[in-house]
Design a protein around this ligand. Sequence first.
Ligand SMILES: Nc1ncnc2c1ncn2[C@@H]1O[C@H](COP(=O)(O)OP(=O)(O)OP(=O)(O)O)[C@@H](O)[C@H]1O
Ligand SMILES: [Mg+2]
Length: 563
Amino acid sequence: MLPELLVSQIAAGEVVERPASVLKELLENSIDAGARTINVTLDEGGVRRVQVEDDGDGIARDELRLALARHATSKIANLSDLEAVSTMGFRGEALASIAAVSRLAIITRRNDAPHGAALHAEGGTVGEVEPAARAPGTTVSVADLYFNTPARRKFLKSEPTEYGHCEEVLRRIALSRPQVGFSLRHNGRVSRHLRTESLRERAAALLGRELAGASVPVEAAAGGMRLRGLAGTPQAAQARADCQYFFVNGRYVRDRVVAHAVREAYAELLHGERQAAYVLFLDLDPRTVDVNVHPAKIEVRYRDSRAVHQFVRHALERALAPSAAQAPVAYASVSQQAGIQAALALAQPSATYQAFMASAAAPLPAAEQSPPLGFALGQLHGVYIVAQNEGGLVLVDMHAAHERIVMERLKRALDAGEVARQRLLVPAVFSAQALDVATAEEHRAALERVGLEIVVSGPNELTVRSAPVLLASGDVVGLARSLLREIREYGASQMLAGRQNELLATMACHAAVRAHRSLTVTEMNALLREMEDTERSGSCNHGRPTWYQLTMADLDKLFLRGR
Ligand SMILES: Nc1ncnc2c1ncn2[C@@H]1O[C@H](COP(=O)(O)OP(=O)(O)OP(=O)(O)O)[C@@H](O)[C@H]1O
Ligand SMILES: [Mg+2]
């Protein structure tokens, strides 16, 4: 038999990976206790202290020592309770595990108790219950995590990184409970304050207005299942998958079944590597889902995963399909745009412009001067450039072509040392999660090497001050976010060396003209000339062709001419 303390320390290895896991367990306990308001205090990223104070039911004085005992829980008593469990906790392990590897203090008071009670534990040694003053509710304070297991402590990361993980834990739980108020203090300063609010307001506060503004409500029920929440429209899609929150019976889970169902529902709407943004809640009979799969309860298993998959997919597809009532509006806005463009064109009667138009559309100049890709005639649905060359008709995918041009230029710049930077006239401010803020700070130099100057402008805010010259008019925020993600996933040196092509492709994609931007004939011709001057311009960075030639003979064939 292993000694009791060692057993707890082993269990802690599974459940308590880092300060954020402590925070998760304490928050879940407060939720289970029916708290309406929860105040979180962190010191030094949670490594020095994680404290959670709630106004929930409290713990009875004579049960307080039990709360720290292993396998002691008030939430289930037998197997059928376990199979139908609807509370966040049920293993009766979290507090015992945490107490084994920290200095823990609980002060608690039940509503009907005349006063509160306090209990301390240090490295698994539990003290005696003492009277204490407190309003009804519970405060659990966990200090000096891993003070007695130094090997484990070495795995902890920097304070900003640990704080970032804590913030993500709070974000998940706060999203799942908009009816509960939360506050977060870090190193003595308030960094979040969330009042009781609607899901949409909560999502806006935690994930930024982008999602809250560009999402449709989801509300569907069938076969004992219910799906609700917010599904981001394609406008809210991002380059990375970190705005994807799926909760099963109120619990944040990472689940392949639903992730796949969601991806399928979005498949038609999102192109390339865009990632959907969503906050979705699946509620189903707890007896049909097993939460006792993973020590930290991050995974679940369904009794009928096919039914879950189908339900989630269809419910989401229906929510995302534009309703009949919306279609005319979309058309109206398109024709309105066309009207504005026509008006603009008419309001520019400048002679040079007219002359240029004439020359561009005129019969081609002598053959030896005619550039291979010819001259632009116009733009087709904001996606293709239609041009005429000697051979006949040329169609160019303008985004793909531009992407390649920018990529080749960036490659040359990076090879030559540094990418030329340009200060933005209007710095681009964007909301960022603490982990990104930490990454931006830590890897400032690497980011500057690729031409991005990002400064921290708030606890959850970054500002792009300068961007690569080639990209300054592109999507700099999108670029900044993608690069931060790359660094987080692969490390800065790896990003600059081993993944240079991917890096350049990412940058080029954010710089290139988007489809649906209207270009002038001058701009189109400039693009054609640049294509001619760029290596590998025949295919885009992803290997698709950038242009296509239809010869006069091809066209004749289409019209059965000369047969
Ligand atoms: N904030 C709280 N308010 C009221 N009771 C609490 C609170 N935190 C813990 N408890 C009590 O202490 C017990 C032990 O908590 P602990 O987190 O160790 O186990 P659990 O929540 O039952 O299960 P799990 O290990 O799955 O979290 C709980 O069952 C609960 O009765
Ligand atoms: Mg618990």
